[in-house]
Ligand binder design. Sequence first.
Ligand code: ADP
Ligand code: MG
Length: 455
Amino acid sequence: MSDTRDSSPWPRVCEKFKREFGHHAFTTWLGQLGFNGIDGGTAELTAPTKFVRDWIQRHYAPRLQDFFASEDARVKALTIRLAPKSMTGTPETAAPAETVPAEPAEAGISMRTDEGSALDPKYTFDSFVVGKSNELAYAAAKRISESDDVAFNPLFLHGGVGLGKTHLMHALAWEVKRRDPQKRVVYISAEKFMFEFIAALRFKDTHAFKQKFRAVDLLMVDDVQFIANKESTQEEFFHTFNALVDNRCQVVITADRSPTDLEGIQDRIISRLGWGLVADIHPTDYELRLGILQSKAEQTRSVPVPAEVLEFLARRITSNVRELEGALNRVLAYGTLVGRPITMDMTRDVLQDLIRANDRKLTIDEIQRTVADYFNLRLAEMLSERRARNIARPRQIAMYLSKQLTSRSLPEIGRRFGGRDHTTVMHAVRKIEDLRRDDSQLDDDLARLGRLLEG
Ligand code: ADP
Ligand code: MG
């Protein structure tokens, strides 16, 4: 053993471990190990139980070795032995598996991939709602998670903000880890990749940095547009990327735009990024938004959310899914706080600002024309004084939609419907709200009109 007490790298390795994996992981795992010294380039550790040893071996060994190597350049390998019983005083049988967390509950561990960032347990394939706009991206991620061979490399997912790119990456990581906990999966944002790279340069630790990212089965780098114009980071990223692809390790990348639209990224990188499968996630359509809302509302069973509120949100919050979720959460939170059932009025109230920001400036005129067309009426007919059911009902529907889809007041709407009184509009709105609850035909018509108007 060439190690002496004073120069022991162990305390600093422990520090690094804590910094990267947190205190909890340290006390649960590394804190239980003993350090014996470095022998012929191998750092020797002892574990109290087989379970602890295997766990560390499986989840932390490569990283631990990096930590050792950065403290002592001689270290080229790592071994973890079972401590002789007399040494720890805890015979293996005295430390049954229950004393250490059972596998799936390993918060500090299963929440993060091997080296990268924390994974959100909510982001799974199960909780991802598939629609036309994201089905290719979903299928590709799913395929990678299920197959052992490399189908397409890299997978490049791109799409606007809040459309589910990060969600899909986390889902992929969870699924790969679930199927094979041995697989080394790294999820990291390009930004973090860059900061770590810069830190590695500063601390002259680039070897460890390279090791860390090149010894994986699946590397996922999120939001690569962040490393546009960052020359040296790009360079390192590209080397890492090439090394992995050449080793037939799967790489998944996301960006907010397509490879060819990435500015400030070298052409050779762009062209290689496009070698695998490029899947874009399009903006959501009404069906998908409604599907997502229904699925979220089901998960939060605390307060029931009426269908018309979900439809209203799906129709009005069109920007992205994150905002859509935010809107639903706000309504749910409000309903829970004030302890009142969620209604359309409450929703409009609570979300005033959001609705205004998402306003597509749909006009009453557009609504009237669309409704008249839909029911095969002439516009003048629908706005006339006639009270026949086949004319009055479409008129009420148009009033209802005008109230729902524009920010016009009741008197304004009344004026635009041939100078009617605001109480007439109010009556129409209530009538339609009432009717649609039991009349599935009407409900259907409204949903279709909503889609038509959404364009
Ligand atoms: P991006 O990374 O593309 O900006 P995120 O993956 O962070 O978007 O998604 C934003 C939010 O919207 C997340 O909470 C995510 O769970 C949710 N989300 C996006 N798309 C879907 C979907 N198809 N089904 C369910 N939730 C979704
Ligand atoms: Mg993201």
